[in-house]
Design a protein around this ligand. Sequence first.
Ligand code: HEC
Length: 184
Amino acid sequence: MMQYMGMGFRVFLGIGAAAALSAAVLRAQPVPIAAQALPAIHHPEKMQDPEFARSSYVEHCAGCHGVAGSSIPANLPELKDRVGWFMCTPEARAYLLRLPNVAHSRITDNEALADLMNFVVFELGGDSVPAGAKPFTGPELAHERQFALIGPGLKAERTRLVKEVIRKCRAPASLSLQYPHGPK
Ligand code: HEC
């Protein structure tokens, strides 16, 4: 009798372990490859070297913002079909270059960083780029990156600029959310 119960217990443990293992395997499912495909280049005229700009973005930015500008399910600012709105006003445009990860980038060649940012805005930004927006230039990068934003100042500046962008360029109200996938 004791022996029978012992076996049953072992079988029970075995089933439990198998269930735990399969749950772990399910959780480890990779994101489908299609969601991570490299975005095609539609506006090569906005960059000096579009392919290099795209690969620099992947190397320096995509770890957080996603290869195609979407960080879902990670809770980070979304760039896809959204970042272009910041080209609406000179100040909001400058904000993009004053972001810590841009201003302090280890890409010291300002022409190359301008190209990367033009990839971000004109390729990842999609239809959010206001008509007539001009590409970033090397000298513009060199100038703006001296004024890197930090901490609470960044959030306050974003709030102020986004209000203006929504009013002036009719950007969607959801642009006011810095973390669109996060808690409200
Ligand atoms: C380690 C993660 C990380 C990396 C790498 C990173 N970012 Fe970010 N990015 C953030 C976070 C977090 C924010 C929110 C503002 C802040 O705290 O800097 C942000 C904000 C932004 C925004 C503003 C979006 C908005 O709606 O206000 C843009 C544009 C951006 N990043 C572009 C880039 C570019 C371009 C690169 C590469 C040169 C880059 N980021 C690299 C994490 C990252």
